[in-house]
Ligand binder design. Structure first.
Ligand code: ATP
Length: 221
């Protein structure tokens, strides 16, 4: 099957570190929505984020390692290569320039979508991409009124709509839940517990070797 013009999924995040929750979500979406691929885009570290954490280079390397064997998934490090803050709308513009024939599907949780109107030039997102709204247990959120209005105006329930139009649709999807988060992985390590099986083994080995998330007085598990 020629999937070269199928939509491309865009999964942004901190990925500190990448784990099976991210990777499985990306696979579910690639397969359910018949995407050409899902690109995982690590962002620069927000200044308020708790320390310690992995450097941008480490976070990108782990995504590259985790996706190396799976052609449907790929690291996209464009936000790390740019100076200063990366606005999503600018990232989507460069993706659109790189992949002009593929609709883009910006993947975001309902909790993030709820606050979309606070984003830089948020309405322009719909000029470049569809939004795939991820419903997760415990992450229900009251939508800002303008976000609710966009949702009712742009909702589509047919996957073909994501393929047949270039941008502007909102498609809701509830993946099989996996209760994994990067913060839980960091907490487990900092407290001397093992996060094995929550993330790929090679990444865990690298984390343990470099002691990135260990607390200063922490013991190895
Ligand atoms: P943290 O715990 O540090 O906040 P995280 O793992 O929850 O990290 P990110 O690394 O920023 O979050 O995740 C990137 C994207 O992946 C976000 O859209 C997030 O909602 C989603 N995501 C993270 N974990 C899961 C999961 N277990 N199931 C589905 N989606 C997930």
């Amino acid at each position: 099957m020629n999937n070269s013009k199928a939509p491309i999924g865009i999964l942004g995040g901190t990925f500190d570190p990448v784990h099976h929750g991210h990777l499985r979500l990306a696979m579910e979406l690639a397969s359910e929505l018949r995407l050409a691929q899902v690109r995982l885009i690590p962002n620069g570290r927000p200044p308020h984020r708790e320390q310690p954490g992995a450097t941008p280079g480490q976070r990108a390397k782990w995504i590259r390692v985790a996706t190396a064997e799976e052609p449907l998934l790929a690291l996209d490090d464009r936000e790390l290569l740019r100076d200063g803050a990366s606005y999503t709308v600018d990232t989507l513009a460069t993706l659109h320039a790189d992949f002009p024939d593929n609709p883009l599907c910006l993947i975001m949780g309902r909790d993030v979508f709820a606050k979309l109107p606070s984003w830089h030039e948020w309405r322009r997102l719909f000029d470049y991409a569809h939004i795939v709204l991820i419903e997760r247990p415990g992450l229900s959120a009251t939508l800002a009124p303008e976000a609710a209005a966009e949702l009712s105006a742009r909702s589509a329930s047919d996957i073909a709509d994501l393929h047949n139009s270039a941008s502007g649709i909102i498609y809701s999807y509830a993946p099989p839940p996996l209760a994994i988060s990067a913060s839980r992985i960091r907490d487990l390590i900092a407290n001397g517990h093992s996060p094995r099986y929550l993330l790929p083994a090679t990444i865990l080995d690298d984390i343990m070797d470099s002691k990135i998330y260990h607390s200063p007085n922490g013991e190895d598990y």
